[in-house]
Write a protein that binds this ligand. Structure first.
Ligand code: NAP
Length: 245
């Protein structure tokens, strides 16, 4: 029932929520695959801190939108650690513009990373995760808020929630659970960039706890789903948002 000897692969764990998940799952006993697309130094720093704390980690560059790179990342993880037990589909981007102004390139990029990237990892995980494993996808609590400019971003996350429900059923017989976490606003570059301090304050107060989420708030939820205590949660989306409606 422990996490010892198990491996967790976290996409987009060079920065933000993913980096915090990597540290938390390492502290919980997992061997860690730190994935990044652009931030090589930051990814290496995450792995170095994990090993300095007595854990095990490798760093693998892979654009989640590229199926070949994703397969090669699973190969590298299996070579290093013998297999993968937990796949956390954290990598994501957010582009905010009204639908009328959204460029094709931006639309294709957000679909490629948030939706196709999640699909690529889910497919590889469905083929290769060890029995008893966990797939944890990332949605967003803004789905329920109908906020202008969030259309394509929300479209990718709604699709991820649908994929999560079906994949949970397809894993029958393997003991693999598939869930999604849907954070509310969390204080990372993805949320903070381009927003005025007034807007940030207003969004922080949208939940009754009246603060922004911190990466640790989300890493705790992922740790619950990835560890033995989360074993009976399957096919669900956990909305970790401080009670924001
Ligand atoms: P962030 O601070 O911008 O970090 C994003 C991470 O994703 C980085 O490590 C980045 O790595 C990686 N990444 C981006 N494109 C990638 C690609 N093509 N392949 C592999 N890795 C890629 O974002 P965050 O706030 O931590 O968000 C993490 C997840 O939570 C996302 O799925 C996001 O949609 C979701 N979420 C966030 C919030 C929020 O308020 N922050 C709310 C709800 C949901 P590189 O720098 O190496 O490219």
């Amino acid at each position: 029932m422990s996490n010892e000897g198990k491996t967790a692969l976290i996409t987009g764990s060079s920065r933000g929520i993913g980096a915090t998940i990597a540290h938390r799952l390492a502290a919980d006993g997992f061997k860690i695959v730190v994935n990044y697309a652009g931030s090589a130094d930051a990814a290496q720093e995450v792995a170095d801190k994990i090993t300095a704390a007595g854990g095990e980690a490798i760093v693998v560059k892979a654009n989640v939108a590229d199926p070949k790179a994703v397969a090669a990342m699973f190969d590298a993880a299996e070579r290093a650690f013998g297999g993968i037990d937990v796949a956390v589909n954290n990598a994501g981007i957010m582009t905010l513009k009204p639908v009328a102004d959204f460029e094709d390139d931006d639309f294709e990029k957000i679909i490629a990373i948030n939706l196709k990237g999640t699909f690529n990892i889910c497919r590889e995980a469905a083929r290769r995760l060890r029995d008893g494993g966990r797939i944890i996808n990332f949605s967003s609590s803004v789905i329920g808020m109908r906020m202008p400019t969030y259309g394509p971003y929300i479209a990718t996350k709604a699709a991820v929630e649908g994929l999560t429900q079906v994949l949970a059923q397809e894993m029958r017989g393997r003991g693999i659970t598939v869930n999604a976490v849907a954070p509310g606003p969390v204080a990372t570059a993805l949320f903070l960039q381009g927003k005025s301090s007034e807007l940030i304050d207003r969004m922080a107060k949208m939940n009754p706890l009246e603060r922004l989420g911190q990466p640790e708030d989300i890493a705790r939820v992922v740790a619950f789903l990835a560890g033995p205590e989360g074993a009976w949660i399957n096919g669900q989306t956990l909305r970790a948002n401080g009670g924001m409606c």
